[in-house]
Every structure is written in C-alpha cells, then in structure tokens.
Design a protein around this ligand. Structure first.
Ligand code: NDP
Ligand code: MG
Length: 397
C-alpha cells in the first residue's frame, strides 16, 4: 500500500490524481490533501477519501473546515506551514506535487528534503530552481517522477535506452488556441478565448501559458533539469492533435515516442505506479479515427515566449526564476483583464531585460529572485494596464 499526499488536490491535476487513486484502493491510500482556499471542494474530497490530514492555506477556510462535524477524525492544518507538514508526514510514501506556480517550491522541496519520492506536475519549481531540486533529490535518495505529459513521454521513451546515445529530445506542443492567429489577431484576444484550449482541460494559469506557448518554454527548462539534457538538444515541434506526447531521437536516427489520448490520468498513473502500467477506465486511442497526425515548426516570431525560455536557460543563475515569476504576474494580470494578451510577453521580456543575473545556489536565492521579479513585473503591468485603459477609452480594444 502506497500512502499518498496530494499538494493541490482541488485543482485539475489533483482531481485527476484522485480519480486514479479511486480506481485502485488496493494499491493506494490517501494520506493528506491540500488546497489554497477551496474548503468546500476539499471537504468533499475528504469525505470521499478519508485522509488523516487536510491542509488549507487560508486561515478562515481552515476554520470552516474545522467546523465540519461530518469529516470525522482528521487533523487540519493551515498556512504554508500546514502544506509543509502535509508534504513531510512520516507515513508518506509519495507526494504528488500539483500546486500551481512558485507557491509549490517550498512544500515540494520540503518533501524532497524529507526523503519523499515526488510525482511532479508543478513544473514552476523545477524552472525556478532545477539544479537545487535535483541536488536535494540526489542527496536524499529521492526519485522525481514526471507527471507533465511530455516529460512522462520522454521518461517512458528513455526506459531501456542509454542516455549517452540520445541525439535530441523532441517536445510536442499542441500550438494552443491561437496556433494559426496573426499577431494582430492575438492582440485582440480576450480572456475567454485564451481559456479555450483545443485538447486539454486544465487550470487557468497553464491554459494561458499554453496560449502564449510559455508552457512549452517552461517545459524546455523542466526537461533540461529532469533529464540533464542541454538546451541545444531540446527541440519543440507543433503537433496539433496532442496524440504523440513527446519523442526521443537516438544517434542511429531511431525515434521512440509515447502516444495516448490527451488525458492526464495516464501520466499521473505511471508516476504513481512506476514501473507498472496500471489499468485506467479511459477510452482507448483509436488511431484510425484520429485522422492524420500533423507537425509544424514552432514560430518564435509570433510566440516569443518560447525564445525567452531558451534565453533564460542559456543565461542561467536566477534568470529562469525571473522568467517564471514575471510570467505568473503577467498571466494573473491578463486573467484580471488588466492587460492585453500580447502584453504578457512584453511584461516578461522587460522584466528579464532589467534583471542582473546572480548565481542561484540556495532556496533563499530562488525566493529572492522570485520576489524581485514579481515587484518589477507588477510595476511593468501598471504601465501596460493604464495603456490598455487608454486604448479601451479610445475604442481600440
Ligand atoms: P489548478 O489551478 O487547477 O490547481 C491548483 C491547485 O493548487 C489547487 O488545488 C489550488 O487550491 C492549489 N493552490 C493554488 N495556489 C496555491 C498556493 N498559493 N498555495 C497552496 N496551494 C495553492 O492547476 P492545475 O492542476 O492545472 O496545475 C497544477 C500544476 O500542474 C501546474 O504547475 C501546472 O503547470 C501543472 N500541470 C498541469 C496540467 C493539467 O492538465 N492541468 C498538465 C501538466 C502540468 P485552490 O483550489 O484552493 O485554489
Ligand atoms: Mg505538458
């Protein structure tokens, strides 16, 4: 029996993970669930899965949870400390890291430092502090299993092969909802349009990242740290059907790929049950019905976020953490309708340009870079948001 902690159980990945766990009660038991502020959803999950611990960041939400008499004998924690307690419980065998954004760094790193194996969906900590995460994992004998579908595909395509034989890895990318749009069209795209992903149902932040292609940018950096592959060997190819989840090319020209329907239960289940492929109640992939699988080159002129990610990786030090934080601030501002779609990339670009890189060796270095970038990006957002108000007044947006 594996005792599982889910950090971010109320989100899109968290819910999919619980669906997988519910299919295999003989293999997995739910030890702890956590959320930021969705106490009602967390309470529903607790009454269905009976964890020993529930943790919710918001103090008032924690009080409401404590007031629920129907939840039985369960320990409730709150605040960031509560997340850390849940992530480091003695009985925990595996921690599913599914918080969105930089907020996952401290709890995920705490799990690693407590010697817990991690199923990593929360890619932002790997982007911010990949070297540190891997150093700590190595030091504490921890395995980090990828949950991101591309990285799970890469992981599976590397099984049984020699790393030194890899010529390049090819990350596939759906291209997002604006794949065929011109810059002029993208300029006018609304929040609602950007939130309509063609193939995947995901949380709001990653859905916007998929529209700007920053998601793929973050995944390049994630792949670099997860698999210790240099940026020069990481390529992106647009594959609108999202059936091939990524590929590894070897020196002899062989390419190994992993295919499947676009459902996160598949990579989640593999991270939970590695090396076994456990059954899931999903429709099979019907290649005859999928029609032709197609491929296109990515266009960094229309989607500069992809180029920003390569630049951040090449620059090293604190730059990936700055890229990540500026992106989080810009995406939130877009979701709040404060800036336009193309302003997201401008906020990131201007924040990166203003940053003086320093080496990133400790958690404090990562958190300081994150703080600096958030402040700077917020300042840039203010500039764009007043521009966008002026544009609206002038009837241009
Ligand atoms: P969601 O927004 O759907 O869920 C986020 C979860 O994190 C919720 O449980 C939320 O709680 C919790 N949370 C949010 N902010 C904080 C915080 N400050 N402190 C603690 N907990 C917090 O995100 P997704 O599930 O879509 O994504 C999660 C991660 O997985 C992201 O890093 C994403 O990039 C990655 N990922 C997601 C995929 C997907 O298909 N969704 C695919 C591949 C990777 P609450 O409900 O209370 O707000
Ligand atoms: Mg992905």
């Amino acid at each position: 029996m594996k005792h599982i902690v889910i950090l971010g159980s109320t989100g899109s990945i968290g819910v999919s993970a619980l669906e997988v766990l519910a299919l295999h009660p003989d293999r997995f038991s739910v030890l702890a669930l956590t959320a930021a502020q969705s106490d009602k959803r967390l309470a529903d999950q607790c009454s269905a899965f009976h964890p020993k611990v529930a943790s919710i960041v918001d103090a008032q939400a924690a009080q409401r949870l404590e007031g629920r008499s129907d939840l039985g004998d369960m320990t409730i924690y709150s605040g960031v400390d509560g997340l850390i307690k849940a992530a480091t419980l003695d009985e925990a065998d595996l921690v599913i890291s599914a918080i969105v954004g930089a907020a996952g760094l401290v709890p995920t790193l705490s799990a690693i430092r407590a010697g817990k194996n991690v199923a990593l969906a929360n890619k932002e900590p790997m982007v911010m502090a990949g070297r540190l995460m891997q150093q700590e994992a190595h030091k504490h004998g921890v395995t980090i299993f990828p949950v991101d579908s591309e990285h799970s595909a890469l992981f599976q395509s590397m099984e049984g092969h020699r790393k030194e034989d890899i010529r390049r890895i090819i990350l596939t990318c759906s291209g997002g909802p604006f794949r065929t749009c011109s810059r002029e069209q993208m300029q006018r795209k609304t929040r609602a349009e950007a939130l309509k992903h063609p193939n995947w149902e995901m949380g709001a932040k990653i859905t916007i990242d998929s529209a700007t292609l920053m998601n793929k940018g973050l995944e390049i950096i994630e792949a670099h740290w997860l698999f210790d592959i240099p940026a020069s060997k990481i390529e992106v190819i647009i594959h609108p059907q999202s059936i091939i989840h990524s590929m590894v090319e070897y020196n002899d020209g062989s390419i190994i790929a992993q295919l499947g329907i676009p459902d996160m239960q598949i990579p989640i289940a593999y991270a939970l049950s590695y090396p076994e492929h456990i059954p899931l109640e999903l429709p099979p992939l019907d290649l005859l019905k999928e029609g032709p699988l197609s491929f296109e080159a990515p266009d960094t002129e229309r989607f500069p976020c992809l180029a920003f990610a390569y630049k951040a990786l090449e620059s090293g030090g604190t730059m990936p953490a700055v890229l990540n934080a500026a992106n989080e601030v810009a995406v939130q501002a877009f979701l709040d309708n404060s800036i336009g779609f193309l302003d997201i990339e401008s906020v990131i670009g201007q924040t990166m340009d203003a940053h003086t890189i320093v080496p990133l060796e400790t958690l404090d270095d990562a958190l300081a870079a994150d703080r600096w970038a958030r402040e700077h990006a917020a300042h840039v957002v203010t500039k764009f948001s007043s521009d966008s108000v002026l544009m609206k007044r002038a009837g241009h947006a």
